[in-house]
Design a protein around this ligand. Sequence first.
Ligand SMILES: C[S@@+](CC[C@H](N)C(=O)[O-])C[C@H]1O[C@@H](n2cnc3c(N)ncnc32)[C@H](O)[C@@H]1O
Length: 255
Amino acid sequence: MRKFSSYELTELIKFGIDPFSVNPKNIPVEYITEKALFYNRYFKVNKNVLIPRIETEEIVSIVIKNIKKKKNIKFADVGTGSGAIGITLFLELSKTKKVTGYLSDISDKALKVAQENVNGLLKTEKRKDHNLHVLKSDLFNNFPESLKNRLDLIVANLPYIPKDRISKLPKSVKNYEPYLALNGGEDGLALIKKFLKKAQLYLASNGIMILEVDDTHIKPIAVKGFKVKIKNDVNKKLRFWIYTATQKKTTDFIQ
Ligand SMILES: C[S@@+](CC[C@H](N)C(=O)[O-])C[C@H]1O[C@@H](n2cnc3c(N)ncnc32)[C@H](O)[C@@H]1O
């Protein structure tokens, strides 16, 4: 039998899977159970989506800390994958606020999983009426024009692994998780640079934007009119760039 960690064994048994039947060797347990725990809720996952990571939960905590005062929130989760960040934000924030969310991804297969998670989790938590929209979009290309300057919050955990490093990742990652979810181009920032150019058009003047990045991305990309803070993750590794506006927005954006 493959050697499992106690966490893996618990998960297999919880979901009624015989550990002796698990094959091949390196497949992540979450792809066998088709369930991944994120911020205390199980999300459906399959090979078309990244398994949401514990580090990423911090995005939810940063948001909750930073937007206590606002009563109406419009937000986007760009590159939503399973929907873990966006759905969690919706469920947590809408306990006290009126929330509208846009969950977007370029992958149809990922969006199918995100939609299933929206349907499943909102039903479980008895949220009949909701404003959570699942949207196919290459970054912001298909976002409604009406959202320009209107989003209070944009979060994104886009692919950020430098291309050359992908072959060196553990087999459980490189052989099973979607390449589209990992490949951040030459320096890991290819998509993030494009994202920042567009995101500033959609963020409201007092909005906040949180990006998950690689721990080698020690120098945040400057965006005119915004200050940026770096934050570490639970493992004390550099992980987040947090942008907030320093001045009223102009049309003078980064090139
Ligand atoms: C690192 S995964 C993160 C998934 C999820 N947000 C999470 O934290 O678990 C990145 C996601 O970005 C999506 N993606 C890749 N290129 C994209 C693009 N140009 N526009 C929108 N989404 C993209 C991938 O399909 C993938 O689902």
